[in-house]
Ligand binder design. Structure first.
Ligand code: AMP
Length: 190
């Protein structure tokens, strides 16, 4: 089993790289952002709880997010590996994920962080705003999401660095080059 966390700020290219990684390695893809969007779109009780929070660009409380994540992992008992995208975003989420994986007799094998400067992120998300109708790509919400990343999520990196699992890939440049660098890390033996 090979479990990977793809880490990076909003707009870093996690979605694009995830698609390519799933195709190549057959990961079960768990994107907490996609799951929350599914719940809000389908107006489920969970969707009703998180809609306002998401639209404001804030993080959903840890307890709600961790419960949803664990439920999703449990739905895939035969998975060959998971790709976590957009999770964990806080240190308590990372700790909960470690404990949960351990309970299931496995662990996180790789944490790959896509490194993209704040200026590049803002330019990319402004472009994405023109192409999508995600309510949280509006400027004030975007500012909030970037602030949540640099205020809370970035602190997850030392957690995995201490475990010796963190690898960083330059997230600026050609998509195929970035992909090949990510694959190089995953394929490296030992
Ligand atoms: P994303 O598509 O990953 O950027 O997520 C969109 C939104 O969903 C975020 O701005 C948060 O409101 C919420 N969200 C997604 N993943 C998490 C998480 N791990 N912890 C808290 N909130 C999350």
């Amino acid at each position: 089993m090979l479990n990977l966390i793809l880490f990076g700020p909003p707009g870093a290219g996690k979605g694009t790289q995830s698609e390519k990684l799933i195709q190549k390695y057959g990961f079960v893809h768990i994107s907490t952002g996609d799951l929350f969007r599914w719940h809000t779109k389908n107006d489920t009780p969970l969707g009703k709880r998180v809609k306002e929070i998401m639209n404001s660009g804030s993080l959903v409380p840890d307890e709600i997010t961790i419960d949803m994540l664990q439920e999703e992992v449990s739905k895939n008992p035969n998975a060959g590996g998971f790709l976590f995208d957009g999770f964990p975003r806080t240190v308590p989420q990372a700790e909960a994920l470690d404990a949960f994986m351990k309970k299931n007799g496995t662990s996180i094998h790789h944490v790959i962080a896509l490194d993209v400067s704040e200026a590049e992120l803002r330019a990319r998300i402004a472009k994405r705003k023109l192409e999508s109708n995600r309510a949280d790509d509006e400027e004030d919400k975007l500012n909030k999401r970037v602030a949540e990343y640099f205020g809370k999520t970035i602190h997850v990196l030392p957690h995995y660095e201490k475990q010796g699992r963190l690898k960083t890939v330059n997230g600026i440049g050609d998509i195929e080059v970035i992909f090949s660098n990510v694959c190089g890390l995953l394929d490296k033996k030992g």
